[in-house]
Write a protein that binds this ligand. Structure first.
Ligand SMILES: *Cc1c(COP(=O)(O)O)cnc(C)c1O
Length: 462
């Protein structure tokens, strides 16, 4: 193996090698993702409708499925320079531990205070809000990674940040909440009495500890009713995948420098932003017929949107105020079982990734959370990094592929996205360490209940 150590443990890029444009994967898709629809008229959402919710430039990016490259503004590139390029790591120690002939690489996005890749899009969204002269932005956050990233980005550009945080996280995960407040964000537990939709949800489900979909509805309402505010979202949207393409572009440049070509590219999939970003330039080559790769999306068995969901138009939020997106979904009312600690709990999936999956360009697997934490523990012990539970889904799938290589003797090159660190997820690790973590596989009845909430109209039957 010694000759392969010509490849350093960590591949960094020079500043001059960093991407100057984001890559819009949609430009190379023959089957474009279906347009987002206005839930009232069932017509494609127009720029004028969208700009009431999102910043102008972000609305433009959201609707543009033909422009391949968007220049990254200098101000954003300057911010990226503070914590990027993120390292591409050759997992020599993990390879040795697994006794696999496979070559394993991971792109580590946890090297910033927010602890995840979400900062890549947060800084872009805060920049466009600032440039438009807005006072601030509103958003939702579940466990808090997105809210933390956004509060850092808003502090940097000096705009206000209003975060609706899922109530159970607000109460049980005070640490990220305090990071957000330290960066100046205003954090409200959701559902709250500060919005109409919040009050309605509280009336219907008193004592509810909230959900991401419900917090989205509140944040959208706050944005459209407050002068000088717009709503921003940290995943699922095509604009977020566009910003996250920085992950894949850096990875591709680093790999090309050393003549490395991945055979398999793996990422965890919640709303699809890190996976969409990591695979973007590679998938572009596959779509253009220039190269072939296997892509694997990894999701929890307890929230299996790609592997068990339906490919239909659905609401993006529980309050049903957002546009409808055609995607693999479990229904906007689907809430994973309470024993699920492993993140990635969104009911839907990026419409870009959904279309690619539907067209056979990508595979998907689902994994149980106890196996995910076992993989996280093994990874932490040999590679040193304490991974986020979300990221550990990708670790688990990458290890499975590497073990297959051990059995077949194939020297495949495996690349996966290590999206973040797990320091704020220690309650979940505690559960695992105490042997109290369990798995729950939703029954067909559980899934049918969620899917019952999918809107029905001609052409949208489930
Ligand atoms: C939010 C998050 C994810 C999942 O979101 P995607 O949009 O699917 O990328 C994965 N890992 C970490 C660390 C996260 O914070």
């Amino acid at each position: 193996m010694s000759e392969t150590k010509n490849i350093p443990y960590k591949i960094y890029l020079e500043e001059s090698e960093m991407p100057v444009s984001w890559y819009n994967l949609r430009a190379d898709m023959k089957n474009k993702p279906a347009p987002i629809l206005n839930p009232g008229t069932l017509k494609p959402v127009t720029f004028d409708e969208l700009r009431g919710i999102f910043c102008d430039e972000l609305s433009r990016q959201e609707l543009d499925d033909t422009t391949a490259y968007f220049e990254i503004p200098e101000e954003i590139r300057n911010f990226y320079r503070m914590y990027r390029p993120s390292p591409l790591v050759r997992a020599y120690c993990l390879e040795e531990k697994l006794k696999t002939p496979a070559k394993i690489y991971y792109k580590f996005e946890g090297n910033n205070t927010s602890g995840s890749h979400k900062l890549n899009s947060a800084i872009a969204q805060a920049y466009y809000a600032k440039k438009q002269g807005l006072k601030g932005v509103t958003t939702e956050t579940g466990a808090g990674q997105w809210g933390t990233a956004l509060s850092m980005a808003c502090a940097y550009f000096g705009i206000d940040c209003q975060v609706y945080m899922v109530k159970c996280s607000y109460e049980q995960k005070p640490f990220r909440r305090e990071v957000m407040r330290t960066y100046g964000a205003n954090v409200t537990p959701s559902p709250s009495a500060t919005t109409q939709v919040g009050r309605k949800i509280l009336e219907e489900f008193p004592g509810t500890t909230g959900s991401l979909g419900c917090a989205i509805s509140e944040a959208v309402e706050a944005a459209v009713t407050k002068e000088g505010y717009r709503y921003v979202l940290g995943s699922v949207l095509s604009q977020v995948l566009l910003h996250q393409s920085v992950i894949g572009l850096e990875t591709k440049t680093a790999m090309d420098k050393y003549g490395i070509k991945p055979d398999i590219i793996i990422g965890c999939a919640g709303g699809g932003s890190n996976l969409g970003g990591l695979i973007a330039p590679f998938m572009g080559e596959k779509l253009r017929g220039e190269a072939d790769y296997r892509f694997i999306a990894v999701e929890p068995v307890s929230c299996p949107s790609l592997t068990r969901g339906k490919f239909v138009y659905d609401f993006c939020d529980t309050g049903k105020v957002c546009p409808l997106a055609k995607m693999y979904t479990l229904g906007s009312g689907f809430i994973p079982a309470p024993n699920h600690a492993g993140g990635l709990r969104y009911h839907g999936m990026s419409s870009v990734l959904s279309q690619l999956y539907h067209d056979g360009y990508m595979e998907a697997v689902s994994v149980e959370q106890t196996a995910v934490f076992r993989a996280a523990e093994e990874f932490a012990r040999v590679e040193g990094i304490l991974p986020a539970p979300e990221s550990s889904h990708a670790i688990k799938a990458a290890m499975d592929e590497a073990v297959k290589c051990r059995e077949t003797g194939e020297e495949k090159t495996i690349l996966f996205g290590l999206t973040g660190t797990g320091y704020f997820d220690l309650a979940a690790y505690e559960k695992y360490n105490n042997g109290e973590m369990t798995d729950y596989i939703p029954t067909d009845e559980d899934l049918a209940r969620g899917l019952a909430g999918v809107p029905r109209f001609p052409g949208n039957e489930i």
